[in-house]
Design a binder for this molecule. Structure first.
Ligand code: SF4
Length: 155
């Protein structure tokens, strides 16, 4: 089947935009690697990182973990200068907008422009770049409470 983005897609984050880190309530789901990277970037233990920056999010039979938000729906790491942990930010953030449900069709890609003014302009991402971003997300599934409990009990 032909890949609708065979010739690539353009995207550049608009400096100062911050829309995906604030304004609307939402979840930033964390993989185990994300948690370890944030712990490294903040100089905290895994347990401190969970308690200080994360909330459990029940999802049916499993519970995942998301970054906390302020009352104004700002991510807990959002500063006036932008992301306070940019080099250690979660995979969900670093792979945006190359997410499976946004890339399902050209229509969904166009629709996402309503949320992100950087879509459709700026830097060209090849089909290979996009598929690499999709693979990174697949390889970093959200961590579950069971995994976390096991890690913390071993610590
Ligand atoms: S971790 Fe950084 S990039 Fe991700 S939502 Fe928070 S402020 Fe935005």
């Amino acid at each position: 089947m032909d890949c609708w983005y065979e010739h690539g897609l353009t995207f550049s984050c608009i400096p100062g935009c911050r829309y995906c880190c604030s304004v609307e309530p939402g979840f930033v789901f964390l993989s185990l690697k994300d948690l370890k990277r944030i712990a490294l970037g903040t100089g905290k233990t895994l347990k401190e990182t969970l308690v200080q920056y994360c909330i459990p999010v029940p999802m049916g039979d499993v519970t995942h973990f998301s970054l906390k938000e302020t009352k104004r729906n700002d991510c807990i790491f959002l500063t006036p200068e932008g992301c306070g942990i940019y080099e250690h930010r979660p995979v969900q953030c670093s792979t945006y907008p190359f997410w499976a449900h946004i890339l399902e069709s050209p229509a969904y890609w166009e629709e996402e422009k309503a949320w992100c003014p950087g879509i459709g302009q700026g830097e060209m991402y090849t089909k290979e770049d996009i598929q690499k971003a999709l693979a990174i997300r697949t390889q970093n599934p959200p961590v579950t409470r069971e995994e976390i409990d096991r890690i913390l009990s071993d610590a």
